[in-house]
Write a protein that binds this ligand. Structure first.
Ligand code: AHR
Length: 306
């Protein structure tokens, strides 16, 4: 029995000793913070050691972090990429060191053989859903201003593509201003202020923001200009963070497409499976999100703010 027990302890230890390096984008948005917290909490729940790198929205910092994880010989590397391009050399290094890489959320342009899997939503679909809400709710002429996400990120590229794909078929809807606000609340407010200066504010029908955080900044700018966000200017966004549900419940925003921040469980599932020898792992694992409006915002806010 003693031998059995020490064997058991040994194997438990082996499980507990999984070390994962995670190169996160940064903490630019409430969604990102929720996602980081989920990764930390789920690692703790499973006894996984998580080495967390906040890359402050800089790919160079992410690459440096990955290099460090390789040198540390971690068991797996998780990258939530800032931008799509420029990943091949560092992924080759990880592969040469036999360390599996999991891509989370935004996409990369690199050979599929260089990573184990990607766990992500369909960002084009999010843009499509956001635009469909507008098409269904605005039959008159509608001039839209757009706050784009980080330049070169899948979340910005694909949401833009999806939205445009839908409105291109509707002559009454046009985007009159479009600029990046880097997914942050501060920039969202500043860029919206510049839109309100550049356009006749009363001629703007809707704001399309690539995330809730920028939308919340823009809502502030719209309020300060004397207009009513959610009424005079419709507010359309993506993520579904609690603050935005509250804004919808208060009539200040109209719609959001949810992006699931609970990526910890599927990520560690894949890593644990792989480390046990399971090679049957799909290249893409999809997450999904629903569309939420003012109709259910108050109750959704309650659920999410507990
Ligand atoms: O890549 C996902 C996007 O990144 C989220 O929509 C946004 O909030 C975050 O910054």
């Amino acid at each position: 029995t003693l031998a059995m027990m020490s064997l058991l302890l040994l194997s438990q230890n082996a499980m507990a000793e999984i070390v994962v390096g995670f190169a996160q984008v940064g903490s630019e948005s409430g969604w990102r913070t929720n996602f980081s917290n989920d990764m930390r909490e789920e690692a703790k729940r499973r006894g996984i050691t998580l080495k967390f790198a906040d890359s402050q929205q800089q790919q160079a910092n992410q690459i440096r972090a990955v290099r460090t994880f390789i040198a540390m010989r971690v068991d797996a590397i998780v990258i939530a990429p800032v931008v799509e391009t420029g990943w091949t050399p560092i992924l080759r290094q990880a592969q040469r060191s036999d360390i599996p890489v999991i891509i989370l959320d935004r996409n990369i342009r690199a050979d599929e053989d260089l990573y184990l899997t990607r766990i992500a939503s369909d960002f084009v679909e999010e843009g499509v859903k956001a635009a469909q809400w507008l098409v269904e709710n605005e039959q008159d002429e509608c001039r839209v201003v757009e706050l784009q996400g980080t330049v070169g990120s899948t979340a910005a590229i694909d949401r833009g593509t999806g939205f445009n794909r839908v409105i291109d078929k509707h002559d009454n809807i046009t985007i009159v201003r479009s600029q990046t606000a880097e997914f942050t609340r501060n920039r969202g407010k500043e860029v919206m202020e510049s839109f309100l200066r550049a356009e006749d504010p009363n001629s703007i029908c809707a704001l399309w923001a690539h995330n809730d955080e920028m939308a919340l900044g823009a809502i502030q700018a719209i309020k300060e200009s004397g207009l009513a966000p959610g009424e005079d200017i419709k507010v359309i966004s993506v993520d579904g963070i609690p603050d935005y549900f509250l804004a919808m419940a208060n009539g200040l925003a109209n719609v959001t497409v949810e992006l699931d921040p609970h990526l910890g469980a599927p990520t560690y599932d894949v890593i644990q499976r792989y480390l046990k020898g399971d090679t049957d792992i799909p290249k893409l694992i999809r997450t999904t999100g629903d569309v939420y409006t003012q109709a259910t915002a108050a109750e959704e806010y309650q659920k999410r703010s507990q």
